[in-house]
Write a protein that binds this ligand. Sequence first.
Ligand SMILES: Nc1ncnc2c1ncn2[C@@H]1O[C@H](COP(=O)(O)OP(=O)(O)OP(=O)(O)O)[C@@H](O)[C@H]1O
Ligand SMILES: [Mg+2]
Length: 315
Amino acid sequence: MGLINIADREIKLIMVGGKGGVGKTTCASSIALKFASLGRRVLLISSDPTPSLSDIFEINIGDRETKILDSLELYGFEISSEIVLKRWKERFGPEIYEVISSFAKIDYDFVDYVGTAPGIEEEYMLNFIIELVENEKYDLVVWDIAPAGHTLRLLQLPHLFLKHMEAATKFYMNMYDYLEKIKGAVTLKGSKRTLLEIISSWESLSEKIVEFIRDKDRTKYIIVTIPEALGVKLTDRIIEEFKENNLSVENIIINHVVRSADCPFHEKRMAMQQFYIEMMQKRYSHINLVTLYLSADEIKGIERIRQTGEALFSL
Ligand SMILES: Nc1ncnc2c1ncn2[C@@H]1O[C@H](COP(=O)(O)OP(=O)(O)OP(=O)(O)O)[C@@H](O)[C@H]1O
Ligand SMILES: [Mg+2]
């Protein structure tokens, strides 16, 4: 069992996923603090609907980029669905409207309708994060992904991304052949760009996202789990989905491990955990497994988060 080994300065995004309640927010916060203490400018994002970062850091973070500590370049952002959707609309709404309204008479409200498509949130999050790191606003973004289900959906995202854009331009889809012939020639009303240019820009954006999340030098995935049957089962599923999408998990944190037992209750628990730890060691022999011991205290406040970060890293 090792320690997290991500020392590379090229890393731009660390995504922390796993099933509910296993310690994702705790681990994401500890990882973010650790990198900030190494001198990097770090943004910790949580897309959890409950304000979990504020709870763990014991300060009010909220729906905007907020500096967590005076002494370090560590920022937090509890991004809400409303903000994500609002920014998505600002970014893509005008283009979607431009394309569709050039063929059909529609209200701008149509953009709201497109924004209700499932998966839009994760799609936009990645686009948003990639923009943040490309603009060098932050050296690293650590993303605490809310429930496990989202992690899985996220992987199909670049694929979905394009689909949504295309769904938004249903007309374009239906008349694809016809448009293929004319789109280079159509300049949209009030725009300097042709239809082809806008559609190509969506395509290259989704390609850029795929490239980014598949680039092991820039993106790392950490799965947090617990040494119990359900933890193993869900981890299996997540890893399988990653494989199907040509992505690889390099680190798994096994959390809540009992360090020593001085009573029959804990002896029993340790034996149970050991069984699943060995199972994971066998199954995930190609992945770095990191133990995080269960502490008597809950992990809250800077000092405990810092200690947890130290326990996780070999840096
Ligand atoms: N190693 C540990 N030792 C002691 N307490 C821990 C440990 N890891 C996590 N906890 C505690 O477990 C609780 C849940 O952790 P956390 O909020 O990080 O989980 P989560 O996976 O983010 O949950 P959710 O899926 O609800 O977002 C917290 O109260 C946290 O302090
Ligand atoms: Mg959480």
